[in-house]
Structure formats: C-alpha cells, structure tokens
Ligand binder design. Structure first.
Ligand code: ADE
Length: 227
C-alpha cells in the first residue's frame, strides 16, 4: 500500500513516518508513506497556497491550483482508490473505514488548513471527506496521522501478532476484554483466577462475557449500531 499525504506542514509527520509500527511496516515494504509539501506545487514566487475568500469573510482559503497540481502529478504516476480530504464536516472515521482502507493499493490524504479549501477541490478532486471526531483541529495533519496509524496496523504483517489486530476493541463492535501480565498478585491486587486456570474454553467464554459487559456499560451505542 502507498499513502501520499499532501500538507502545508510536512514536518508534522516526521515522528509518524520513522517510528514504531509505521516504521516497521515501511521497512518490511508493506506500506510506503510519502509526505508532499503543498508549497512545492505553488506557481507564484512566494510559494503561497492560500488567498482571501470571495464574499469577504474572515480567514484565508487554500487555493485550488497548487492542490490540483499536486493531485494531478500523483495521479499521473498511479491510480488511487480514494482521494481523501480531512475535515470536521466529513464522515466520522471508525474501525470499519480503517479496515476498508487497509485493503486499498494507493490513497491520497489532503490535509485541510486555514478556513478551508476552495470548494471546487471538494467538488471535483476529492472522493471522500473524513473527520476524526466532532471537534475542530487547527489542521488536518493530526487527522491524517491518526488515519494512517489505524490503517497501517491492519495490513497483514504490520504488527507482530496478527491475531492481536483481530481482537482489538471495535473490530467486532465490542470493546476488548481486560488483559493482565505477571505478577499474578501485586499489592494484594489479583489477576482473575480464571485466567490462571489453563482452561482455554472457559477463558474464551470469560473474555467474551467481559467484552460484552464492558461494551454495555461503557459504549452501549456500539451495540445499537447496525454496522
Ligand atoms: N480538521 C480540523 N478538524 C478536523 C477533524 N475533527 N477531523 C479531520 N480533519 C479536521
């Protein structure tokens, strides 16, 4: 998989691209994450990528031309499954969308900024708009990083134990059951006996029961959703 990220703040992705699971996935050639500086596609000598809005509102708007230049240059090199724009008014990102996108070959994520982008970009160039939650960030970089992380860890081979991605919270609309490690007792706080019993069928039953109980208590909305 290849993820092209277009941003006016490419330095914000430095930690993301060279750390932890995302680094390992890239070292194993499971994914290539390429961050592009939108200013490199500006045509004016000051490399500006924003301008005042028509209609006289406050704030600056990202211009269509540098974005079109960047997307067109990428599309000339390969086909993209999706050209995503990060925006608080997009579809809210979730595990189902992460699963779907982890099977894609190539995606572009355009990070929004300022007051927004010229609406023609959204009408003519973008195929999907994604929000990471009902709050407003200063830019789409953190949203792109969240999406890239959630997507890449689902690519088979990206995390050591593939089973562990399958048993994540949300993967089947249930929160994950509690986990414990040694020591079995610490300051009198005990690990549930069942986990030490060696009885795998009973342990699995306990885990499922815990997952359902925690979901009912903490996130009952997940059980009501039809997806
Ligand atoms: N840009 C600003 N806020 C955002 C959000 N909540 N999700 C995605 N992109 C954003």
């Amino acid at each position: 998989m290849r993820i092209d990220i277009i941003s006016v703040l490419p330095q914000m992705f430095m930690g993301l691209v060279d750390c932890s699971i995302l680094k390992r996935a890239q070292d194993k050639s499971l994914v290539k994450i390429v961050v592009h500086n939108l200013r490199d596609y500006a045509t004016n000598k000051h490399r500006n990528v924003d301008d005042y809005p028509f209609g006289g509102e406050a704030g600056m708007v990202m211009q269509i031309e540098p974005i079109d230049n960047a997307i067109t240059a990428l599309k000339q090199q390969r086909n993209y499954d999706e050209i995503i724009y990060t925006s608080p008014d997009g579809e809210v990102f979730n595990q189902k969308i992460a699963n779907q996108m982890s099977a894609y070959e190539n995606i572009i994520i355009l990070c929004g900024h300022y007051k927004g982008i010229d609406y023609r970009v959204r009408e003519h160039l973008i195929t999907r708009e994604i929000s990471i939650g009902d709050y407003v960030l200063t830019g789409g970089e953190l949203a792109a990083a969240v999406m890239a992380d959630a997507i890449v860890r689902l690519i088979p081979g990206a995390i050591g134990d593939e089973q562990s991605a399958l048993s994540d919270s949300f993967q089947d609309n249930l929160l994950a059951p509690p986990v414990y490690t040694r020591p079995a007792e610490y300051k009198g706080w005990k690990v549930p006996d069942i986990l030490l019993s060696g009885h795998q069928a009973k342990i699995d039953e306990w885990k499922l029961h815990q997952a359902i109980e925690r979901t009912e208590r903490l996130r009952p909305d997940l059980l009501k959703s039809e997806e």
